[in-house]
Ligand binder design. Sequence first.
Ligand code: NDP
Length: 246
Amino acid sequence: MTKPLFEQIALVTGASRGIGYATALALAKAGAHVVAVARTVGGLEELDDAIQAVGGTATLVPLDLEDFDGITRLAMVLDDRYGKLDVLVANAGQLGPVSPLAHVETKEFETLMKVNVTANLQLLRCFDPLLRKASAGRVVVVSSGAAHAGRAYRGPYAISKAALEVMARTYAAETVTTPVRVNICNPGPTRTKMRAQLMPGEDPQTVQPPEDAAEAILSLCLPSFQETGRLFDLRAGRLLHYNPPD
Ligand code: NDP
C-alpha cells in the first residue's frame, strides 16, 4: 500500500530530541523524506539511524534557528533540490526564564522571542513559496496551553507561544484560498527535556511519551486533513478543537 506521505518533503525543526524527533520519525514512517533541523548533531544522527532502520530517508541540517540567513539558505537549497515543501512542522522551542516577569532580563526575553517567534516568521517567509508549490502544503505549529493561561512565572514562554499562535492563524487566513493548510497543536504535557526542566520533581512516567504527540501532529500533516487556522489540544490521546476568540 502506498504510504500517505510518499514522495513528500517534510521539514521538522527541533528534530534532535523530544517531540520533534518523534514527529520526524513518524513522518518518515509515513513515507516522507525528512529534513531534520536542530543544533545538536548527535541527536540528528541518532534520528537518522532510527529513520534508516524503518526504511526512511532524511537530510540532516545542523542549524541554529537564530541564524536567519541560514534559514534563507536552507530554503534556497530545498527549492533547488525539490522545488517544493509539502510539510513544515515548526516545533523547535525553548522554555526561557521561569521567573516573575519583573525579574526577567530583557536580553533573555529577546533570545526567547527570537527562537520561539521570529525564527518561525523567517521560516514562513522563506518557505511560503515552496509550500505554495506543493500540491497539499501543510504547516503545523507546535504551541502550548501556556499561550492561553497567564500563569505566574511562565510569562516569557507564554507570551512567545501566544504570539506564535496569532502568527499561525494570520498565515492560515492569508493562505486560505490556496491548498496550504496551517494548524496549531498543543501537545499537552509530554515526557521531554523541556518538561523535565519545567517540572523537575515530576515522575516522567506520569506524562505521555513524545510518540503520542507525534502521532497527533502527523495527523495534521496529511494531505487529507483539510481544516486550516485551527488550534488543537491533545488530551488523553484525542485531538480536540480549542477555539480562541476571533
Ligand atoms: P525539547 O527541549 O526536548 O526539544 C526542543 C527542540 O528544539 C530540540 O530539538 C532543540 O534542538 C530545538 N531547539 C531549541 N532551540 C533551538 C535553536 N536555537 N535552533 C534550533 N533548534 C532549537 O522540547 P520538547 O520536545 O518538549 O518541545 C517541542 C515543542 O513542544 C516546543 O515548541 C515546546 O514549547 C512544545 N511543547 C512541549 C510540551 C511538553 O510538555 N514537552 C508541552 C507543550 C508544548 P537543539 O537543542 O539540538 O538545537
